[in-house]
Design a protein around this ligand. Structure first.
Ligand code: HEM
Length: 584
C-alpha cells in the first residue's frame, strides 16, 4: 500500500517520510486528492502530552512568550501551528496575513478572555463589558457604542476638557521637578482613568474635579493591583486549581477585582449619577427586569432575589492548611508541568464543587449598579460620551458593566503605552528636540511606541469557518494568535525596524510615509468589527499628554529596560523618569 501511494502521488521515499511525519504530527488524514498539492502548515507538536510547554518554560515562560514566538517565526515562517500543551494555536506574524484573518473573523468575532477573569466572572455571575461579551449581545451594544466612541466629532467636543486634564498632570508633576517621578506607573494609571472618566462625564467632570480626585486615586491603586495579580494568575497552569485551593494570589485577585468593580460603581457611577441626593444605606429592593439578549431593557417585572454580600462569597472559597498551600504553590512556581493532571482535576472536582455556588450568587457589582445607574441620567454634560449612551435606552446594568470595563481597559493599555513612550523619548534627546521643533511628529512618537511595544502583543481570534490563509488550510474553530510584537518589527515594512524613529511616519510629497513601506501593516488597535473601541480616546490622550510633557519638561531615562508580558507588555524593571522644567 505504501508503494502504491508513492507511485500515485509521485513522492520520493524521503519526501514521503517527511510528509508522513508532518501529517502524523498535525493529526490530518491522508487524502489522495489533496495530499501532495495542499502545503502542510509548519507544525511543532513538541513532546507527547506537554507539547512545547517545556521549551516555552525554558525560554522564560509566559513573560517571554513574545520573544519565544518571534524566534519561532524566524525558524518556521510567518505562519505556523504549535501545540503548547493545553492549547494548540496557529501563530501569524505577516501583517498582510493578519489582515486576512481579520477579514474572515465573521460577524461576531470571538477572542480569548484571560483565564483569571473568566473564572471570576463565572463564579460571581458578573455582567461585564464589551470585551467579555460575544454574539448578538456584543454586536448590538458594540454598534451603539461605535457611534459615539469612534466618532471624530464626539472626541473633538471633549478637547477643552482634555486640555484641562493634561494641564493638571503637568502641574501635578511640578513636585518632581529636577528629580525622578515617583511611581510613574501609578501616575499614568491615574491620568488614564481620569481621562476616560472625564470623557464619559463631559465638561462637568472638570467642575467637580477635586471631588473626583480621591476616587481616581483609589481606582488607580485597585486597577494596578488587579493587573498585577491577574497577570500572575494567567501564567499559572491552572487558575481554577489555584482558586480551588484558595491560594493567596487568587484571594488577592478576587478581592482586588471585587473591590475595584465596587469602587468603580460606588464611587464613579454613583458620582456620575449623583446618588448623594438620595443616599440609601440599605438599598430598597428593586424590581429586577429581564433582559433581552441585547441587554436592552424589557419590562417584565419579577421579584428581586437578594444575593449574599461579596464578603460572604469570599468565604465560600475553600481553605487549605498553609503548609499544603505552600507546598502546592511551590510545585506550581517551580514550573513543573502538571497541566494535564490539573486539567483532569479541574474537570472532575472543581467544576462540580463550584457549580451550585456560581448559579445562586449575584455579584455585588450587578446589584449596586442597578441601584445607582437608574438614579439620574440628567446630571451629565452633553458632550460626555455617557450622556449619548444614556440616550440609547440601554438598561442601567448594561451601562454600568460597559462603564466599569472601559475604565479597566483604559487603565493598563494607555498607562503602559505612556510609560514606553517616555522611556523611548527619555533615551533620545535628539528626538525630543525634533518633536519640539515640529510638533506634528508627536503622532509618529505614539505610532512608533505602539509599533515597538503594542499593548496587545498577541490578539486572539477563533475562526468561525475553515479557511485557507496563504495557501494553508486552517480548521473551523481553530485558535489563531496574531503576533503583533513580531508584525511591528517586520523589516519588510519598517526598515531598521528595531529603531525608534518617529520621523518614519512623516509623509513625503508623494503621500507615502518616509520609513513605512505599507501603512496597512500597522495594527496595534486590531482591525475590523472587534477593534479597539477606545482607540480614538487613547490616541487623543497619548498625543496631547506627550506633547505637553515635552513642551514643559526635559525627559531623561537612563536604564535599559527589556519587555516582559503580563496582560500587556510591560518594562521588565520600572521605568525611572527624571524630569526637568524647560525654560520658556
Ligand atoms: C494604547 C491604548 C490601547 C491599545 C493599544 C488598545 C488595543 C486594543 C486591542 C488590540 C483590542 C482588540 C482586542 C481583541 O480583539 O482581542 C482592544 C479592545 C478593546 N479596547 Fe482597547 N486599547 C487601548 C486603549 C483602550 C482604551 C483607552 C479603552 C477605553 C476607553 C479601550 C477599550 C477597549 C475595549 C472595551 C475593547 C473590547 C472591544 C470589543 O471587544 O468589542 N481600549 N483594544
Amino acid at each position: 500500500m505504501f508503494l502504491r501511494f508513492m507511485i500515485e502521488t509521485s513522492c520520493s521515499p524521503l519526501r514521503m517520510l517527511r510528509l508522513a511525519h508532518c501529517t502524523f504530527r498535525t493529526g490530518r488524514k491522508f487524502s489522495k486528492g489533496n495530499f501532495v498539492r495542499a502545503p502542510t502548515i509548519p507544525y511543532d507538536g513538541g513532546l507527547p502530552f506537554v507539547g512545547t510547554s517545556l521549551a516555552i518554560g525554558a525560554a522564560g515562560g509566559a513573560p517571554k512568550l513574545h520573544e519565544y514566538v518571534d524566534s519561532r517565526h524566524k525558524q518556521l515562517g510567518p505562519i505556523f501551528r504549535e501545540n503548547m500543551g493545553p492549547v494548540t494555536a496557529v501563530f501569524v506574524s505577516d501583517p498582510s496575513l493578519i489582515r486576512k484573518v481579520f477579514l474572515v473573523e465573521g460577524k461576531f468575532p470571538k477572542h480569548f478572555v484571560p483565564k483569571a477573569w473568566s473564572l471570576y466572572n463565572e463564579l460571581h455571575k458578573c455582567k461585564r463589558g464589551l470585551f467579555f461579551m460575544d454574539g448578538e449581545e456584543w454586536y448590538t451594544l458594540r454598534r451603539v457604542m461605535n457611534k459615539y466612541f469612534l466618532s471624530p466629532e464626539s472626541i473633538k467636543n471633549l478637547e477643552g476638557l482634555h486640555e484641562n486634564l493634561v494641564s493638571h498632570l503637568i502641574q501635578r508633576w511640578k513636585r518632581f521637578d529636577g528629580q525622578e517621578v515617583e511611581n510613574l506607573e501609578f501616575e499614568f494609571y491615574r491620568h488614564s482613568i481620569s481621562f476616560v472618566l472625564g470623557s464619559l462625564i463631559g465638561n462637568s467632570y472638570w467642575n467637580k474635579f477635586a471631588e473626583y480626585n480621591p476616587y481616581v486615586d483609589e481606582l488607580a491603586q485597585k486597577f494596578q493591583q488587579v493587573f498585577e495579580t491577574s497577570s500572575k494568575l494567567n501564567v499559572l497552569p491552572s487558575v481554577k486549581l489555584v482558586q480551588f485551593l484558595g491560594l493567596p494570589v487568587w484571594k488577592t485577585f478576587e478581592s482586588a477585582v471585587g473591590a475595584s468593580l465596587d469602587a468603580t460603581l460606588s464611587s464613579v457611577v454613583t458620582k456620575m449619577f449623583p446618588l448623594s441626593r438620595e443616599v440609601q444605606t440599605d438599598p430598597q429592593p428593586i424590581v429586577e427586569r429581564e433582559f433581552s439578549s441585547t441587554g436592552v431593557q424589557a419590562n417584565i417585572p419579577k421579584p428581586k432575589i437578594k444575593g449574599p454580600s461579596l464578603e460572604h462569597q469570599f468565604t465560600q472559597v475553600p481553605n487549605f492548611s498553609p503548609s499544603l498551600c505552600h507546598f502546592l504553590s511551590l510545585l506550581v512556581l517551580l514550573g513543573i508541568n502538571v497541566g494535564i493532571s490539573f486539567k483532569l482535576y479541574n474537570e472532575l472536582y472543581v467544576e462540580k464543587r463550584f457549580a451550585p455556588v456560581a448559579t445562586t450568587q449575584t455579584c455585588c457589582l450587578c446589584r449596586m449598579a442597578r441601584n445607582v445607574v437608574k438614579k439620574a441620567f440628567d446630571d451629565l454634560s452633553e458632550n460626555g460620551l455617557l450622556y449619548k449612551l444614556a440616550s440609547e435606552n440601554l438598561h442601567e446594568d448594561v451601562i454600568s458593566a460597559l462603564v466599569s470595563d472601559l475604565l479597566i481597559a483604559a487603565g493598563d493599555t494607555t498607562a503602559f503605552t505612556s510609560q514606553w513612550a517616555v522611556y523611548l523619548l527619555g533615551r533620545d534627546r535628539s528626538v525630543q528636540d525634533a518633536v519640539r521643533r515640529d510638533p506634528s511628529l508627536i503622532r509618529g512618537v505614539v505610532r512608533e511606541t505602539l509599533r515597538l511595544y503594542p499593548s496587545a502583543a498577541f490578539i486572539a481570534r477563533v475562526l468561525p469557518n475553515a479557511e485557507t490563509i496563504d495557501g494553508y488550510h486552517l480548521e473551523k474553530e481553530e485558535l489563531v494568535l496574531l503576533s503583533l510584537y513580531t508584525a511591528g518589527r517586520y523589516e519588510k515594512l519598517y526598515p531598521s525596524a528595531d529603531k525608534f524613529l518617529p520621523d518614519r511616519w512623516t509623509k513625503e510629497g508623494t503621500g507615502k510615509y518616509k520609513g513605512v513601506l505599507n501603512v496597512n501593516g500597522y495594527l496595534p488597535f486590531a482591525m475590523g468589527a472587534r477593534s479597539c473601541i477606545g482607540a480614538r480616546l487613547a490616541n487623543a490622550q497619548l498625543n496631547m499628554t506627550l506633547s505637553h510633557l515635552l513642551e514643559n519638561y526635559d525627559l531623561d531615562t537612563k536604564e535599559e529596560s527589556g519587555m516582559v508580558l503580563r496582560l500587556v507588555p510591560v518594562p521588565s524593571r520600572p521605568v525611572r523618569l527624571r524630569i526637568q522644567s524647560r525654560k520658556k
